[in-house]
Design a protein around this ligand. Sequence first.
Ligand code: C2E
Ligand code: CA
Ligand code: CA
Length: 248
Amino acid sequence: MQSALHRNELEVFFQPQVKLADLKCVGLEALLRWKHPDLGYISPDLFIPVAEQQGLIREIGSWVLTTVCHQGSEWLEQGLDFGRIAVNISGIQIRQKDFAKLIENTLKKTGLPADKLELELTESYIMSDVEDNITQLSSLRDLGVHVSIDDFGTGYSSLGYLKQLPVNKLKIDRSFVKDIDTDVDSYIITRSIVALAKAMHLEVIAEGVENQEHSKQLTELGCELVQGFLYSKAIPAEQVKEWLSSSS
Ligand code: C2E
Ligand code: CA
Ligand code: CA
């Protein structure tokens, strides 16, 4: 795993996030890929847990942040309007005492404005050590970076804490979106998350939108932002420009 980073076998792909009303791009989620010389592309679901266990996630995470911020800054220079770039952050990274400083330095070094960066943290990580995380997230908010709670609905959020958390967005987990048109519980949970986000003045996005039925139900529920294979899978950086011009 360590050699993967040093042999330049890691790559960042980007998956567009769009507004349902006009399908315009509002953001890009950065998704890590490991291009193994023999095995081909390996899923981050397989290698991120290994990187965490081996104590490599901070190094890999910093590399992802720098790569993404550089890329975003370059796209801005080219006049591309991608909205925000969202980066997945492991709980181990956010627990670093100097994490906000690392973000601040990365933004400075790459020239990406803070409000172009969004950090995705899973609900289970945030809720596992909520008091400390509130402090960390507040420093990030002070920088002007956006924060989104990933896999929302799976991590037993305490609603009391949710009110205190300096976050901007809830990301409805794919497991609910997948069955939204066939399973009444998934539909009701999704409806509740959209209502909760609105009541708390948070943005809300649904991930894993794969077909017209999903998008129809989400439109009815008033979920305005979506991401999924129906719009685009994660694509290499070189294809982003073309995707943006074909979608606008
Ligand atoms: P995630 O953050 O929940 O990312 C969404 C995953 O769903 C991505 O898988 C994406 O390709 C996939 N996806 C997107 N749209 C659809 C759809 O319509 N249908 C289905 N079935 N899947 C869809 P991916 O890229 O394999 O990433 C898996 C997980 O690995 C991510 O889940 C995230 O937790 C983690 N990950 C990816 N990149 C990074 C990274 O840079 N750092 C960290 N710490 N974790 C990462
Ligand atoms: Ca994510
Ligand atoms: Ca997710």
